[in-house]
Design a protein around this ligand. Structure first.
Ligand SMILES: Cc1cc2nc3c(=O)[nH]c(=O)nc-3n(C[C@H](O)[C@H](O)[C@H](O)COP(=O)(O)O)c2cc1C
Length: 352
């Protein structure tokens, strides 16, 4: 147990910062306990909890947690990580004194900024109008794999995701498509400009238009390469089927209009390269989110070879440059292709 209010170890602080939810325990004057889940923000010396405007039976200042704090400022906050792998269990418990920080003060403004930075949902809520709970840590206790738990959940979809090229005839709920797009838009991007736009294609007619337009261009390219007519036909049919059979298509387009402009060609080229790199990050976010939702996906490069045709087929803004097409749906079965990866020592050079 530590007594210095700022004395969380770096591991404890990092663990707390990564949690999205904690439990706040308060007690009234008689010692009757009360515990609830809370969203919170940590900064050295304080933990902030908003009193938000979600529909509740009572005004924020009549909430049981607030009344308890007024009667008895001693509180505990516990943030934990659970995993079926018990080597990854961990928690941090902070005990301290809580108080209400009133609006229109410097600290309140800081707390609101921190909370909105961590939870985008607060951007649409008037949390600045209510007091914020501030916990001043006095003692900290922790246990378990403080730096071990967080990544296990993200590695699961990273390893589990695979390219699926045959889907069941089973529709994908709109909310899932929204969740996939939501994941895509949180990708890193140059200067945070988000140089991509997404077109969602679900209608049969639009899918056919897109398949026809891209197929036409591909046929011309394959014929130009002097490929055998039968092979050309087979490849075109395969690609067309993949596209038409997928319940949802997401066309990822580059939008360069918001990027920085430079007087020299090289830096401008690098700017575009960064935009393409971040489109790749957005695509991967989408694929991982799809997998996490129980869906499967695949990445098709076809639009890269016929961007204007794709724009025309879907009647998109001509400023958009289609780069990738993601097919999304429920896998018909496990894909026949064996997934393998080069060993790390072929890919990595270590320099101490
Ligand atoms: C930029 C890019 C373009 C791709 N284009 C295609 C494509 O046009 N057709 C296709 O079948 N797969 C395409 N893929 C999927 C790869 O073939 C696949 O990711 C790779 O074989 C590894 O398999 P996995 O995704 O199952 O791990 C593409 C992947 C990337 C990253």
């Amino acid at each position: 147990m530590k007594t210095d209010p700022r004395l969380l170890t770096p591991e404890e602080a990092a663990f707390l910062v990564r949690r999205r939810v904690a439990r706040l325990a308060t007690a009234d004057a008689s010692g009757e306990p009360h515990a609830i889940p809370v969203c919170f923000s940590y900064t050295p010396g304080a933990i902030y909890i908003a009193l938000d405007e979600k529909p509740k039976d009572v005004p924020p200042t009549r909430l049981k947690r607030v009344r308890n704090i007024v009667e008895n400022p001693n509180v505990a906050l516990i943030a934990d990580h659970y995993s079926e792998n018990w080597d990854l269990l961990a928690y941090v418990m902070v005990r301290g004194r809580a108080e209400l920080v009133e609006p229109n003060t410097q600290e309140h403004a800081t707390a609101v900024r921190l909370l909105r930075g961590k939870y985008h949902q607060y951007e649409a809520m008037r949390i600045e109008e209510n007091p914020v709970i501030a916990i001043r840590p006095r003692r900290v206790a922790s246990w378990g794999a403080l730096d071990g738990g967080a990544s296990s959940s993200v590695l699961e979809p990273i390893r589990g995701r695979r390219s699926v090229r045959r889907y069941l005839d089973k529709p994908v709920p709109d909310e899932m498509v929204d969740a996939i797009l939501e994941a895509a838009r949180w990708a890193p991007s140059p200067h945070g400009r988000q140089p991509w736009r997404f077109a969602v294609v679900t209608g049969e007619e639009a899918k056919h238009r897109l398949a026809d337009a891209m197929g036409e261009e591909w046929r011309a390219n394959l014929e130009m390469d002097g490929q055998d007519a039968e092979v050309v036909e087979k490849r075109l049919q395969g690609s067309r089927r993949r596209l038409l059979d997928a319940p949802v298509l997401i066309l990822l387009c580059l939008y360069l209009g918001d990027l920085d402009e430079y007087p020299d060609a090289e830096r401008q080229r690098n700017e575009t390269t960064m935009a393409v790199q971040s489109l790749g990050a957005a695509a991967q976010n989408a694929l991982l989110a799809a997998y996490d939702l129980g869906l499967d996906s695949s990445w098709m490069c076809a639009p890269l070879f016929s961007p204007e045709k794709a724009v025309e087929a879907l009647d998109l803004d001509p400023a958009l440059v289609p780069h990738a097409l993601l097919t999304i749906g429920y896998a018909e079965g496990d894909p026949p292709k064996r997934r393998s990866r080069r060993p790390l020592d072929e890919l990595v050079g270590y320099r101490d």
